[in-house]
Design a protein around this ligand. Structure first.
Ligand code: ATP
Ligand code: MG
Length: 575
């Protein structure tokens, strides 16, 4: 491929709305162009990376026994009504009407469609297990589309769905996908980690997210330094040990706290540490009031609360609801005489007593509160967000927190969709049974963005070879010289014969421009051919990742190149 014939519209400046480095570099490298918010065109160079990532996904899915299909993107509303998600899915579902005024949506995911196919086709246990997948464009009308390909509205996803006759079958299908995902992300040259993830109200260890480790990740993950435990903070359980403490003789005492509302304000006003307070957080859970109590210096994990309540929706109480339930303006809620039936306290609050809480009254707090004596609790539960000072819930040793980007998700659905959509089969005894399903997603376009978040420097992208748009770039420094042109052609042919994907920079540009663009687009192996080098019998090769330059001899180039390539690939842990 010749650069002069291949459209790579590189830019000096990043777009004004680009916040993260992958968005900036994808645009500057001419890989994507924005059409409108969260919707992008994959330009020739960008599409090559996406195609390479897709090919790896496809190979590993096929190897794992899944069959590729391609489902429609436009889906009829009645299927979504049947599964119950039409009302539940919210505004991320882009709904539309056809000329007959019938409702449709653009597929944000395909559980309904795939289940409809399988229920219409598969009748016998002999046809199971079955795993169908596609690599296709999804649409989700995200509240805040941002970060370029990282959180688009239109994006490419690989989604697979497994169907099994029993739990052992599902476990096996899940394990096969888990392993395929490990193979996929390893082959792509990414540093990643599978972590236990929240599975909503289904609960249990039914879901893993695959996280690319990058400081700019939106997710925080807990990693144990001693055992294999890794989990999304949303899910990470807290190991709470210690003796209960609920004795308190001192009676409650109301104190005046004019205009101090937040924990920091009250804590400095009363000169007491934040840990001496209880934070009372009020929620509307499926239309019912709920209070959650955590220590003043802690953060509530609302995913844990939602799972505990088994709620479909959980929303912070509005100021009007706060007023109604506490009788006070926002900022003074407390658990004593609170007009809320369900009050849950974080486990840790069991270990101490003599708390300071809001008085459910403007400008007042209460001192010397005992949860046991003064509050009607519904119970204690693990409700707070884990911190670096907590210990591993599996082995009790130290943990650390890192940032990650979710690139894949494997999930045991069980009978959630097969039940509502009536996806059944006849078992060995001729009895009708509901199939067990799993679903497995990979954000293919997000993979390319997160790969850049993980691999870049101040000059541009450093692509790992397997998903780089090209593996090698031959830079022609003197397109007017026959000698240089001949050598470039010779090297191009040689690299092609080696099965390497090559781009030749044959543009009429200054060397400086070529070098800058080469670094920007991040092709992992650069080979520079110039008149002066040829005179000295050498070609300069640069490893984009390390920046290390190596002189390869013109005589015996083939052997020297192979050796160098092995070194470059070894740096990516790829052979
Ligand atoms: P997130 O929590 O990031 O919103 P999700 O959990 O809703 O993602 P899934 O339904 O699990 O996403 O989709 C499977 C995969 O699709 C995700 O692991 C992610 O890699 C990718 N993905 C999801 N939403 C987007 C998006 N808006 N843009 C790009 N990729 C996405
Ligand atoms: Mg997910």
């Amino acid at each position: 491929m010749r650069w002069s014939r291949f459209y790579i519209p590189t830019l000096k400046e990043a777009p004004a709305d680009a916040e993260v480095v992958s968005h900036k570099l994808l645009t500057r490298a001419g890989m994507i162009r924005k059409l409108t918010s969260g919707i992008y065109t994959y330009m020739p160079l960008g599409l090559r990376s996406i195609t390479k990532a897709s090919a790896i996904v496809r190979e590993e899915m096929d190897k794992a026994g899944a069959n590729e299909v391609s489902m429609p993107m436009v889906q009829p509303a009645d299927l979504w009504q049947e599964s119950g998600r039409w009302d539940f899915y919210g505004k991320e579902l882009l709904r539309l009407k056809d000329r007959h005024n019938r409702d449709y949506c653009l597929g944000p995911t395909h559980e309904e469609v795939i289940t409809d196919i399988v229920r219409g086709e598969v009748r016998s246990y002999r046809q199971l297990p079955m795993n169908l997948y596609q690599i296709q464009t999804k649409f989700r009308d995200e509240v805040r589309p941002r970060f370029g390909l990282m959180r688009g509205r239109e994006f490419i996803m690989k989604d697979a769905y497994s169907f099994d006759k029993d739990q052992e079958g599902l476990d096996e299908s899940y394990r096969a996908m888990y392993e395929a995902y490990n193979a996929i992300f390893t082959r792509m040259g990414l540093k990643y980690r599978p972590v236990e993830a929240d599975s909503g109200s289904i609960g249990g260890s039914f879901s893993h997210e695959f996280m690319v480790l990058a400081e700019t990740g939106e997710d925080t993950i807990v990693v144990c330094d001693s055992c294999s435990y890794a989990a999304n903070v949303e899910r990470a359980e807290i190991f709470c040990t210690g003796d209960e403490c609920d004795m308190l003789d001192t009676p409650m005492e109301e104190i005046s706290t004019p205009n101090v509302r937040t924990i920091e304000e009250v804590s400095s006003f009363l000169d007491a540490p934040a840990a001496a307070f209880i934070k009372t957080l009020l929620f509307d859970a499926d239309g019912e009031p709920v209070a959650a109590l955590v220590r003043g210096d802690r953060e509530l994990n609302d995913v844990k609360l939602k799972n505990l309540l088994n709620a479909d929706t959980l929303e912070m109480a509005t100021p009007e609801q706060v007023r109604e339930w506490t009788g006070a303006p926002v900022g003074f809620a407390g658990p004593v005489k609170l007009n809320v039936k369900r009050i849950f306290a974080d486990n840790e609050l069991r270990l101490a007593t003599d708390w300071i809480v809001g008085a459910n009254k403007a400008d007042a707090h209460i001192k010397h509160v005992s949860l046991k004596r003064d509050v009607e609790l519904s119970g204690f539960a693990d409700l707070r967000v884990i911190t670096e000072n907590d210990v591993c819930p599996k082995c009790g040793k130290e943990i650390s927190l890192t940032k990650g980007i979710e690139v894949g998700h494997v999930f045991k659905l069980g009978t959630k969709y097969s039940e509502s959509l009536g996806c059944t089969f006849l078992d060995e005894n001729g009895k009708d049974k509901v199939m067990l399903m799993g679903c497995y997603g990979i954000g293919v376009s997000r993979v390319v963005a997160s790969c850049i978040e993980q691999n870049h420097d101040e000059n541009g992208i450093c692509f790992p070879p397997p998903i780089a748009p090209f593996e090698a770039l031959v830079v022609n420094l003197d397109i007017k010289s026959d000698e240089v042109n001949d050598k470039v052609d010779e090297i191009y042919t040689f690299l092609k014969e080696q099965g390497i994907d090559v781009l030749v920079d044959d543009r009429k540009e200054r060397p400086g421009v070529k070098f800058k663009d080469a670094d920007l687009i991040g092709v992992p192996m650069q080979i520079v051919v110039g008149g002066r080098g040829l005179k000295n019998g050498i070609l300069e090769a640069k490893d984009r990742r390390t920046g290390e330059k190596t002189e390869l001899p013109v005589e015996g180039f083939a052997e020297a190149f192979k050796e160098w390539k092995t070194k470059v690939y070894a740096g990516w842990n790829i052979d």
